[in-house]
Design a protein around this ligand. Structure first.
Ligand SMILES: [Zn+2]
Length: 178
């Protein structure tokens, strides 16, 4: 994490010193007064479901969780909305063009070695493109929601897909009662 390694003020290049600011020790510039607040990053992931309720997964080509299957996801650029991030990341990693239809959840991911992040998770539908893994993905494929890989990166199965499957099951049960 760059914030942990920063030794010099990014504004005036004076060496930083740890000082208590707002209840925590934080790197502070004793010359210009700049304080480096450490905040989580923002990222977005797509749960892309096709007409047969299969979910689109990628096999990660990079650490962390290199070689594991995971949802297509990535960090938000400074000038993007979260919906734009998810559409871009899915296209870059899988070749599939999607439309985000609703926000499923917002979860805190504390265990990414690069930086903790708040992850917005969008339910998406495919609207075009062709399956073509690239960028951070060495493979991409559709999986039945009832036949997901056991061991998924970032605990995607336990944290995101199983709860979603249960929620969709409840919604289907409720609508059949009408
Ligand atoms: Zn400074």
């Amino acid at each position: 994490m760059w914030m942990n390694r920063a030794k010099f003020c990014p504004a005036c290049t004076t060496p930083l010193q740890e000082e208590e600011v707002a209840g925590r020790l934080r790197p502070k510039c004793l010359d210009c007064g700049l304080v480096l607040f450490k905040n989580p990053a923002s990222a977005a992931a797509g749960v892309v479901l096709d007409r047969r309720s299969r979910v689109l997964l990628i096999r990660r080509a990079i650490e962390p969780y290199k070689g594991y299957w995971a949802l297509p996801a990535g960090y938000q650029e400074i000038d993007e909305t979260p919906q734009e991030t998810v559409s871009r990341e899915v296209k870059e990693e899988t070749g599939i063009i999607v439309e985000p239809v609703r926000l499923i959840d917002l979860i805190f991911i504390p265990d990414d070695s690069r930086k903790p992040a708040n992850l917005s998770i969008y339910l998406c539908i495919p609207v075009g493109g062709e399956l073509c893994p690239a960028d951070d993905a060495e493979d991409a494929a559709w999986f039945a929601m009832t036949d997901l890989p056991e061991d998924m990166g970032f605990h995607n199965r336990e944290r995101i897909l199983q709860p979603l499957l249960e929620q969709l099951g409840r919604e289907a049960g409720e609508s059949s009662l009408d």
